[in-house]
Design a protein around this ligand. Structure first.
Ligand SMILES: [Ca+2]
Length: 986
C-alpha cells in the first residue's frame, strides 16, 4: 500500500491566493436546481447544473485518491491542496486504502458517477466536468471526471467549494463553460502590474475557471515603439515564470503587440522582425497572440514603400494591416500549429456597422484571423447580441470581445468595483473570446472580474448582485470585519459607465434616518441613528481592516479610496451625532460635532479619490442645512456688520426678542460678550457666553433693535471664507479679524412673528367631483427656539370637504409636512374654490379646481395624431397614440412645438394624461378646437415636472386636442411616450 503524506507527493501547500479558504457563515447565494431543502454551499462561477443528492462525505484525516492514468497532474495537485486545507493528513493511492474514496477520471470515476446517478456525460464540451458524492459499495465516495485538458481541474475548483468543515456536501454536478475562451486583459495605461501581482492574478483566474490572460500593458515599450527589441533578461524570466504558473492554472498566456507606430507594413524584413519577436515570445511560453492597430493614423505611413504599395486612406490602412496579420497567421500555422488563433484589434474597433475600412479589412484578412472589438463604443453601457451579430457580419470573422470594464485609466479618481452588467448572454456565447480589461489595481479588479468570470461561465444563470456579493466575500476572505469593510468600499464604488446604484446599501439607512426624525418617536429615531452610525463606523475603520486581502496588496492599491471612505465615515458619525444632539436639545454637543465636521469636509473636498459619488456629499449637505435650521442660522433676521472686535445684527425695527442663540468658535472668541441695543437705553449686557461656543440666552421681555457679540481681546487670526450660514460682506482681507470668524451665528428669536411659517408644496390642486380624496401637503417650519405645538385649520368653502390632523408638533428647526385631504362631493358644481389654511396666525391659500368625473375608453387610441414636426422618422407623432409604452414621439429642439390628436367625433373633454420622456415641457397648454382652426386653451400647466401628468378640464365640443408646448425643461426638444384623453362622464 502506497501512502503519501500531504505536502509531499501531492505538492506543496499552496499559497492563499490559489486556494482561498471556504468562507464560513451564510453563503452568498442559494444555488439553483435544488430538489430538496438541503442547503448546498454556494459555488462560483455558478454551475450550469447542480443539485443536492446522495449523502455528504466526511473526509476525516485519511482518504484514498484513485486518479486515472491520464488525470491532469495540476488537477491532482489542486485536489491535494484542497484535502490538506480540509484537514486530511494521509492520502492512500490504491485500494483498499482507508477513509473515503475519491475517484478522479478514468473508468473508475465513470462507474462511480453512474452508481451515484450522476447525469450522463452526453455532449459535455471541453472544459466540462461531472461530480457526484455519496456511497458506492458501502464506502463514502466522491467521483469526478472532466472533458478535455481542463475539465477535471474545473471540477476540483467546484469540489473545493462543496467542502465545509471537512465535509463534502452531497451533490451531483454537471457543468460546462458557456464561453469557450474567457478571462482578462492587462491592457490599461499606467504602471504595469508587477510579476507578483500577475502570478496572484493567474491563481485567482484558475480558481474562477478563467482560461485566458492577455498581456497588453499600455505602457510597455517592448510591445509598442520598441517591439523589435527582445525583452530584457529580467522581464523574460518573469514571462517564463508567468507561463509556467498559467499552465498550472489552465490559463493560456496571450501577448499583444502594437507595432503600427514603428513598422514598414509592406516590408518583408519588418514582417520577419515581427515573426522573430513572436517566436521569442513563444519560447517564453506565450501561446496566443493579438496584433493591435487601434492607434494607427490613416494619413501617415512610416516608410515610402507603404505609400507606394498601399496608397492612402482607410482602405489602404486596412490592406496594409491585413497583409501583416495574414503573414503572421501563416507563420503561426507553419511554425506553431498549437497556437491559439491570432486576433487583430482593428483601428475601427468600436464603431457600428460597415465602413470602407472595415469592409476592406474583412476582404483582405486571412480566414484564420479573429477580430477584436469592444462593443459599440469604447466603454459601452450595454453590448447586445444584435450588435455582436452586426460586427461579426461586418468583419466576417469570429469576434474577440475586449470589454473595457473595469479599466479606469480614463477616470483616475475612481475605482470601478461594481458587478459586470449590461452584456447579453448572446455576447458571451457568440464571442470567440470574452476578455474584461482590468484596472491598474489588480487585486481590487478581482471584484468585477469575478463577476465577469461568473457571467462568462454561465451567462444565462448570471445574477449580478448575488455574484457581486460573492466576489467581495471571495476577495475579503473569512474575517467578518474585513468583509464588512470591503463591502463598504465596493458599495461606495459601485457605479460606472455600465450603470449601477452608488451606496445602495446606505440609502435605506439614510431614508430611515430622515423619516425617523419627523415621527416624534424617540426610540425609533435613536434606533435609526444607531444603525446609520454603525454603517459609518465600518467606513471609518475601512483602511485598517483591509490589510489582509490579496496578501496585503489590496490595502496599498485602494488606499486613496479607503482613506476617503474613512473620512466620509468619520464625517457621517459626526453628522449623526450632531443631529442627535440637536434632537435632544444639546446645542453645545451639536456644535462640537459641527466644528469637527468642517475641517473633515475640507479634506474630503481636497482628495483626488471619489467614493459614494452623488450620495455621501448630498447627505452631509442636508445635515448641514438641518443643523443650520435648528440653530436658526438660516434665518434672515437683520443686517450683519462685522469689524475686528464685534459682530452686530441690526434689526429693521425695535422688536421683542424672546431668546438669542449665539454660536462662536471657542478658541477664537475668549471672553466674548453678548449685548442688546435697547432704544432709549443703549447697549445692555445679556450675560456671559458658554466656553463651549454655543449659548442660548433667554431674553423674555427684551425689546431691541440690534444685537452684538464683542470680542474684547481681539487677536490676529487667519482670514478664511465667511462662516456657513452667515450672510453679509466677505471678511476683511487684511488685519485682525477675530469677530468675523469667531462668530458663526447670532440668532434672535422674535416674539412678534408666527410660531411657525406655513407654505404649500403646491398652491393648487385638481379634484374630481364625486371622486376620491386628493392629498396636498402643507409645510410648517418652526420659528421658535423650542418645539411648537398647534393645529392646522382649514376653512372649507361650501362644496369642498377638507380634513387635517387635529394636532401638529413642529420640532425646533424642523420642517414638518402636514397632510391636507380634499374631497369634492358629487353635487358640487365645477369651478375654482379657495381654501384658507392657517397655523398659529400664519395663513396660506389652497386653490381647489373641481372638475367633472371622466369615464370611458382612452379617446386618443382612435384619433389621428400629427405634430408641428418630428425629430426623426423614428419618433413620429403616432408613437404617442399607439398604446405602446416603448415608442415615443419626439420634437425638434423648438420651444413652441406641438402634438395633436384629431378625434373621430366631438366630445366633452375632461382629462388628458401625458407620459413624458426625460425631455419634457416645463410649461405647456392643452388647447382644444372643434374644427382644427380656431383654438381655445382648456388648461395651462406652468410648472410641468415631467413623468406622468394628469391635466383636468371641462371642454365641450372638442374634436381636436393639442399639447402646445411653451418652454423646454431640458436642452432637448419634447418627447412623449403617450397621450391619453378621457371624456366627461355624462
Ligand atoms: Ca407610445
Amino acid at each position: 500500500m502506497a501512502v503519501a503524506v500531504i505536502g509531499g507527493l501531492l505538492g506543496p501547500f499552496a499559497p492563499a491566493a490559489v486556494a482561498a479558504p471556504v468562507v464560513p457563515g451564510t453563503p452568498a447565494a442559494a444555488t439553483p436546481d435544488r430538489t430538496d431543502g438541503t442547503p448546498l454551499p454556494a459555488v462560483w462561477p455558478r454551475p450550469q447544473r447542480i443539485k443536492a443528492s446522495g449523502q455528504s462525505v466526511q473526509l476525516g484525516t485519511e482518504v484514498t485518491v484513485l486518479a486515472g492514468a491520464d488525470a491532469d497532474p495540476y488537477a491532482v495537485d489542486a485536489l491535494g491542496t484542497l484535502l490538506r486545507d480540509a484537514g486530511v493528513r494521509t492520502v492512500h493511492d490504491a485500494l483498499p486504502g482507508r477513509g473515503p474514496v475519491i475517484r478522479m477520471g478514468g473508468t473508475g470515476a465513470g462507474q462511480a458517477l453512474r452508481a451515484l446517478r450522476a447525469p450522463e456525460r452526453a455532449d459535455l464540451p471541453s472544459g466540462g466536468y461531472r461530480i457526484a458524492v455519496g456511497r458506492v459499495a458501502d464506502r463514502p465516495t466522491v467521483a469526478l471526471d472532466g472533458i478535455g485538458e481542463d475539465g477535471l481541474f474545473h471540477g476540483v475548483q467546484t469540489l473545493r467549494q462543496l467542502v465545509t468543515d471537512g465535509t463534502v456536501a452531497g451533490a451531483v454536478v454537471r457543468d460546462w463553460p458557456g464561453t469557450t475562451v474567457r478571462g482578462m486583459a492587462e491592457g490599461f495605461y499606467g504602471q504595469p502590474w508587477t510579476s507578483e501581482e500577475r502570478l496572484a492574478q493567474i491563481g485567482f483566474m484558475g480558481r474562477t475557471k478563467q482560461n485566458r490572460y492577455l498581456y497588453a500593458a499600455g505602457d510597455d515599450p517592448y510591445r509598442q515603439a520598441r517591439w523589435r527589441e527582445p525583452y530584457p533578461a529580467g522581464m523574460r524570466a518573469d514571462f517564463r515564470e508567468l507561463a509556467a504558473k498559467a499552465r498550472a492554472e489552465h490559463v493560456t498566456l496571450g501577448w499583444a503587440v502594437s507595432p503600427g507606430q514603428a513598422m514598414c507594413m509592406a516590408s518583408d524584413a519588418d514582417v520577419r522582425a515581427l515573426t522573430r519577436k513572436v517566436d521569442a515570445m513563444w519560447a517564453l511560453g506565450v501561446r496566443a497572440y493579438q496584433l493591435q492597430f487601434q492607434d494607427v493614423s490613416y494619413s501617415e505611413w512610416h516608410c515610402d514603400l507603404d505609400a507606394e504599395t498601399f496608397g492612402s486612406g482607410p482602405e489602404a490602412a486596412a490592406r496594409a494591416q491585413a497583409r501583416v496579420a495574414s503573414a503572421l497567421a501563416r507563420h503561426l500555422a507553419d511554425r506553431h500549429p498549437d497556437a491559439e488563433p491570432l486576433s487583430v484589434m482593428p483601428t475601427e474597433y468600436y464603431q457600428d456597422g460597415a465602413t470602407d475600412y472595415r469592409t476592406a479589412l474583412a476582404a483582405a484578412l486571412d480566414d484564420r484571423v479573429q477580430v477584436a472589438w469592444t462593443g459599440v463604443g469604447v466603454v459601452p453601457k450595454t453590448i447586445t447580441g444584435k450588435e455582436l451579430a452586426g460586427a461579426r457580419a461586418t468583419f466576417r470573422r469570429p469576434l474577440v470581445t475586449m470589454d473595457n470594464y473595469p479599466v479606469n485609466d480614463y477616470a483616475q479618481d475612481r475605482i470601478f468595483l461594481g458587478p459586470y452588467t449590461g452584456r447579453d448572454p448572446a455576447v458571451a456565447i457568440g464571442s470567440a473570446a470574452l476578455l474584461a480589461n482590468a484596472m491598474e489595481q489588480s487585486s481590487a479588479s478581482r471584484i468585477p472580474l469575478f463577476t465577469a468570470a461568473d457571467f462568462a461561465w454561465n451567462p444565462k444563470g448570471y445574477r449580478s448582485q448575488e455574484s457581486w456579493r460573492a466576489a467581495i466575500d471571495d476577495l475579503a476572505g473569512g474575517d467578518a470585519d474585513t468583509r464588512a469593510a470591503l463591502h463598504a468600499l465596493a458599495g461606495n464604488s459601485a457605479t460606472s459607465v455600465l450603470g449601477g446604484v452608488e451606496s445602495a446599501y446606505l440609502q435605506p439607512l439614510f431614508a430611515g434616518f430622515w423619516a425617523s426624525r419627523t415621527t416624534g418617536n424617540t426610540a425609533g429615531r435613536d434606533n435609526a441613528a444607531a444603525r446609520l452610525r454603525a454603517a459609518f463606523t465600518v467606513m471609518r475603520q475601512a483602511p485598517e481592516r483591509l490589510s489582509t486581502p490579496a496578501d496585503g496588496r489590496l490595502e496599498d492599491e485602494v488606499r486613496p479610496w479607503s482613506e476617503q471612505l474613512a473620512r466620509y465615515g468619520r464625517a457621517g458619525e459626526l453628522a449623526v451625532d450632531l443631529l442627535q444632539a440637536q434632537a435632544r436639545g444639546d446645542g453645545a454637543a451639536a456644535w462640537q460635532a459641527q466644528l469637527a465636521l468642517e475641517p473633515l469636509r475640507k479634506k474630503i473636498e481636497a482628495s483626488g479619490a471619489t467614493v459614494g459619488k452623488g450620495v455621501l456629499d448630498p447627505f452631509l449637505d442636508r445635515v448641514r442645512e438641518e443643523a443650520d435650521s435648528w440653530n436658526g442660522t438660516d434665518r434672515d433676521t437683520g443686517t450683519v456688520h462685522r469689524d475686528t472686535s464685534s459682530y452686530t445684527i441690526r434689526l429693521d425695527r425695535a422688536r421683542p426678542v424672546e431668546a438669542v442663540t449665539t454660536i462662536t468658535r471657542p478658541a477664537e472668541a475668549p471672553g466674548a460678550v453678548l449685548e442688546a441695543h435697547v432704544p432709549g437705553e443703549g447697549w445692555r449686557g445679556l450675560g456671559p457666553l458658554s466656553a463651549a461656543g454655543w449659548t442660548q440666552t433667554p431674553t423674555k421681555g427684551l425689546r431691541a433693535d440690534a444685537l452684538r457679540v464683542t470680542v474684547p481681546s481681539a487677536r490676529p487670526v487667519l482670514v478664511g471664507p465667511s462662516a456657513p450660514g452667515v450672510m453679509g460682506e466677505p471678511p476683511l482681507a487684511t488685519g485682525p479679524a477675530a469677530a468675523s470668524t469667531a462668530v458663526h451665528g447670532l440668532v434672535p428669536w422674535f416674539g412678534d412673528e408666527p410660531a411657525a411659517r406655513l407654505d404649500l408644496v403646491r398652491g393648487e390642486t385638481d379634484a374630481v367631483i364625486g371622486g376620491g380624496t386628493q392629498r396636498v401637503e402643507a409645510r410648517l417650519a418652526g420659528g421658535r427656539p423650542s418645539e411648537v405645538k398647534g393645529a392646522l385649520t382649514a376653512k372649507a368653502p361650501k362644496g369642498i370637504e377638507v380634513t387635517v390632523p387635529k394636532q401638529t408638533t413642529v420640532p425646533r428647526g424642523a420642517r414638518t409636512g402636514v397632510p391636507v385631504d380634499i374631497t369634492v362631493p358629487a353635487d358640487t358644481p365645477a369651478g375654482e374654490y379657495e381654501v384658507p389654511l392657517s397655523f398659529g396666525g400664519e395663513e396660506s391659500t389652497l386653490t381647489v379646481r373641481a372638475f367633472p368625473r371622466t369615464a370611458g375608453a382612452d379617446l386618443v387610441r382612435t384619433a389621428t395624431a400629427s405634430s408641428s414636426g418630428d425629430e426623426t422618422p423614428d419618433f413620429p407623432a403616432s408613437a404617442a397614440s399607439d398604446g405602446d409604452p416603448a415608442t415615443r414621439w419626439s420634437s425638434p429642439v423648438e420651444d413652441s412645438a406641438w402634438w395633436q390628436a384629431e378625434l373621430p367625433g366631438p366630445v366633452r373633454l375632461g382629462q388628458v394624461v401625458l407620459q413624458w420622456q426625460d425631455a419634457h415641457a416645463s410649461r405647456y397648454r392643452v388647447q382644444v378646437s372643434a374644427d382644427g382652426r380656431t383654438w381655445r386653451t382648456a388648461a395651462t400647466v406652468r410648472e410641468g415636472g415631467g413623468g406622468r401628468e394628469s391635466v383636468r378640464m371641462d371642454a365641450k365640443d372638442t374634436r381636436f386636442i393639442r399639447i402646445q408646448a411653451d418652454s423646454r425643461a431640458t436642452q432637448y426638444g419634447y418627447s412623449l411616450w403617450s397621450v391619453e384623453a378621457y371624456a366627461v362622464a355624462e
